[in-house]
Design a protein around this ligand. Structure first.
Ligand code: C2E
Ligand code: MG
Ligand code: MG
Ligand code: MG
Length: 287
């Protein structure tokens, strides 16, 4: 029986592979045209002081709702954009949208806090990225202190020296640099001090490990006390004169623990979800 089944199975496998390839190709073409036609938009998620809940910033998060389809999460289309090189055009588009939005808020009497844009490590490899970035701000009349760059540690895995130089120049121009998703991967305490950083963002997954919803299963090895590690990160960041913010704060328990450990800033559903610029406006101070 198997003898007869095998060729058919192989055939079906090839069919599925071809199908997946077609879907991927469709998506790439759609993303390309979405960037071209500017069918993407941004939501903004506030960052707050934990204790007073005062708004201290907001992160711009990209959204894409292909025609007729449901919202595709950035965790799907950003990697696609990176694999295909679309990210360069897309990254520039995001920066322009953020600048235009800040200008629009200001023109209607609001004083937005610094707005963070996520920058793909690949963008740092663009020819004179920092010059182009700053030129865009100038074009829109946006002061560098109004913009924050969020970058992940992967930016320093390869081309480390170059990445550092690019970010250093942005930082010197007044753009704050925040290290995104800290605690997820290659995090090394020792090199934090070398990087041109203003703030470290503790990743949500790290926070979740500190406050497990369920009792942890018996560990085969000595259990890691993530809370102690978090305390260490906070102390280290302090020592390096870096700000520290926790992302993905969802519960009052997490907020309380962070305050106890000396982490004073947060971002997460417990405070605000990502929202449209119109929804954010009433939370902004007015000039
Ligand atoms: P990120 O930069 O770490 O952004 C934080 C993500 O956590 C966002 O997901 C946000 O909606 C989500 N989040 C915030 N608070 C909570 C919470 O309390 N609970 C939970 N479960 N989630 C929370 P989002 O918008 O889906 O973005 C995912 C990732 O996609 C971002 O992670 C960032 O790496 C990337 N991304 C988003 N926009 C851009 C962009 O314009 N450019 C680039 N290069 N990457 C982007
Ligand atoms: Mg981010
Ligand atoms: Mg993050
Ligand atoms: Mg994250």
């Amino acid at each position: 029986k198997l003898h007869h089944e095998l060729p058919r199975r192989i055939h079906r496998f090839h069919e599925r592979l071809a199908q997946a390839g077609r879907e991927r190709m469709d998506r790439i073409l759609m993303l390309r045209s979405a960037v071209h036609n500017r069918e993407l938009y941004l939501e903004y998620q506030p960052k707050v002081m934990l204790e007073s809940r005062r708004l201290i910033g907001a992160e711009a998060l990209l959204r894409w709702k292909p025609d007729g389809a449901t919202l595709l999460p950035p965790s799907v289309f950003i990697p696609l954009a990176e694999e295909t090189g679309i990210i360069h055009q897309l990254g520039q588009l995001v920066l322009e949208m953020v600048c235009a939005q800040i200008a629009a808020w200001q023109n209607t009497g609001y004083e937005p806090p610094p707005i963070a844009v996520n920058v793909s490590p690949l963008q740092l490899g663009e020819f004179e990225f920092e010059a182009q970035f700053l030129a865009t701000l100038r074009d829109f009349g946006i002061h560098p202190a109004q913009i924050v760059v969020e970058i992940t540690e992967t930016a320093f895995l390869h081309e480390r020296t170059h990445s550092m130089q690019v970010l250093q120049q942005l930082q010197q121009a007044g753009v704050a640099i925040h290290l995104d998703d800290f605690g997820t991967g290659y995090s090394s305490f020792s090199y934090l001090s070398d990087l041109p950083l203003d703030c470290v963002k503790i990743d949500k997954s790290f926070l979740d490990r500190c406050t497990p919803q369920l009792p942890e299963p018996p560990a085969p090895h000595r259990p890691v006390n993530h809370r102690t590690i978090l305390e260490g990160i906070v102390t280290l960041a302090r020592g390096l004169h870096l700000d520290i913010i926790a992302e993905g704060v969802e519960t009052p328990e997490q907020a309380a623990m962070l305050l106890e450990l000396g982490c004073l800033q947060a971002q997460g559903y417990y405070f605000y979800r990502p929202m449209s610029p119109e929804q954010l406006a009433p939370h902004l101070s007015t000039s």
